[in-house]
Ligand binder design. Structure first.
Ligand SMILES: CC(C)(COP(=O)(O)OP(=O)(O)OC[C@H]1O[C@@H](n2cnc3c(N)ncnc32)[C@H](O)[C@@H]1OP(=O)(O)O)[C@@H](O)C(=O)NCCC(=O)NCCS
Length: 160
């Protein structure tokens, strides 16, 4: 059985990561990985990971491993599977691995993600995991939340 797991992007696997891209008609749905690696340097709460199927990097995710200072939650900033490997279940398995890793942080009470409004495949994928649409639009993107724990006020964050 294929094992799907995450591995941090370092100098050793960066070139492989830069080679990954979605289909041409999907390129308006997600930024190029080169851009995401630059973003990772600017956003100290997030870290870039390759999504591996056995020994092959099939996709990429950039996500928070500590609270995003602007709102106190964990974001999945970028998520993609290379065009050669789509439709094989790696998107689902990769997202499960990302959620598991974020949930392992005790202060992770809510995970946030967004997509361009016309990205129906991503919308269905995220909702299938329990993400719910918040009605918010940030930077033109539809925002979805995955709630992990609620406090006594029904909020996903304890008052500071
Ligand atoms: C969204 C994406 C990550 C899904 O990856 P994937 O490896 O193809 O996904 P999976 O094979 O695990 O399939 C997940 C679900 O999406 C469906 N799906 C995948 N590609 C699809 C397509 N082109 N059209 C319709 N449904 C599709 C699958 O049928 C599956 O649904 P199911 O659970 O009902 O069977 C991938 O298409 C991608 O990288 N797209 C471009 C970048 C992008 O949109 N990223 C998200 C930005 S927010």
């Amino acid at each position: 059985m294929t094992s799907v797991y995450l591995k941090l992007i370092t100098d050793d696997n960066m070139e492989e990561c830069l080679q990954l891209k979605p289909r041409e008609d999907q390129q308006r749905l997600v930024a190029p990985n080169s851009d995401s690696l630059e973003k990772a340097k600017r956003e100290p709460s997030s870290r870039p990971y390759g999504i591996y199927a056995d020994d092959t990097m099939v996709g990429f995710a950039l996500f928070d491993e500590e609270v995003y200072p602007e709102d106190g939650y964990f974001w999945i900033c970028r998520f993609m599977i290379d065009e050669r490997y789509q439709g094989k279940g790696y998107g689902k398995a990769g997202l499960a691995a990302v959620l598991e890793q974020q949930k392992s942080h005790s202060d992770c009470v809510k995970i946030r993600i967004s997509h361009v409004p016309e990205n129906g495949v991503a919308n269905r994928l995220y909702k299938g995991f329990g993400f719910i649409e918040t009605g918010e639009v940030i930077g033109g993107e539809t925002v979805l939340d995955y709630i992990i724990s609620l406090n006594e006020y029904g909020l996903a964050r304890f008052p500071r």
